[in-house]
Ligand binder design. Structure first.
Ligand code: GRF
Length: 222
């Protein structure tokens, strides 16, 4: 499965997906990385991995629809069969989602539907929740609200060092996003309404630390 990644920032998730695709853990190949930010480190990370990487400047387009048309044209040129949002800080337009034939995935740092939006971890912290985590989901028109593929829960202690906690969240993200992409690329996900069912194949499961709950469980290699 050919994958295009849209990202706005540091690109650690993009990097994890690229590494998994290069080391043979995925039946997927990253063929394009696009960013709306000129200096986003994700572009350099992709270039370092010899993956076509491009900045598309939103200021050069009259509307979000026009910008998304340019994105669609780049994605079509790469023949990507799936689009993965990895810290992409713009909302995709309705028109993008209607016109892109393949699935679009996103990763979000909370247990959705709690704490959608740009500040999932800070919002969870301010709310005083004791457990938060990460979700990978299909993208639909409602921000962070598409059908859920996989979630991981991580306790958030009152005295948590938030830099260390962020690192923990990222470490989980870098496992569950490639796993979700692998399930998709192997045609193991069935979507009916909001329910996403994973087709089991008896693949051995990964060892998961006891303070971390991930469902469906990760398979060996992730
Ligand atoms: C991640 O925390 C992801 O969940 C959120 O944006 C962040 C992107 O981080 N959507 P990175 O650019 O992949 O390091």
């Amino acid at each position: 499965m050919k994958v295009a990644i849209l990202a706005s920032g540091s690109g650690s998730n993009a990097q994890a997906i690229i590494e998994c695709s290069k080391n043979g853990a995925l039946h997927a190949k990253v063929v394009l990385v696009l960013s709306n930010k000129k200096d986003a480190p994700v572009l350099q990370k992709a270039a370092n991995a010899n993956i076509p990487a491009k900045f598309l400047d939103p200021k050069l387009y009259a509307s979000r629809e026009e910008y998304d048309r340019a994105l669609l044209s780049e994605i079509a040129g790469s023949s990507a069969e799936c689009v993965c949002l990895a810290g992409y800080m713009l909302l995709l337009s309705k028109q993008f989602l209607e016109n892109y034939a393949g699935p679009v995935l996103n990763i979000h740092p909370s247990i959705l539907p709690a704490f959608p939006g740009a500040h999932g971890i800070d919002d969870a912290r301010s709310h005083g929740v004791k457990i938060t985590g990460v979700t990978v989901h299909f993208v639909n028109e409602d921000m962070d609200m598409g059908p859920i593929i996989i979630q991981a829960a991580l306790p958030l202690p009152d005295d948590a060092d938030m830099d260390a906690y962020m690192k923990g969240i990222h470490a989980i993200e870098h496992r569950i996003y490639p796993q979700a992409i692998e399930w998709l690329s192997c045609n193991r996900l069935r979507v009916k309404g909001r329910q996403v069912t994973l087709i089991a194949t008896g693949v051995p499961l990964a060892e998961i630390p006891k303070n971390l709950l991930i469902w469906p469980p990760l398979e060996k290699g992730f």
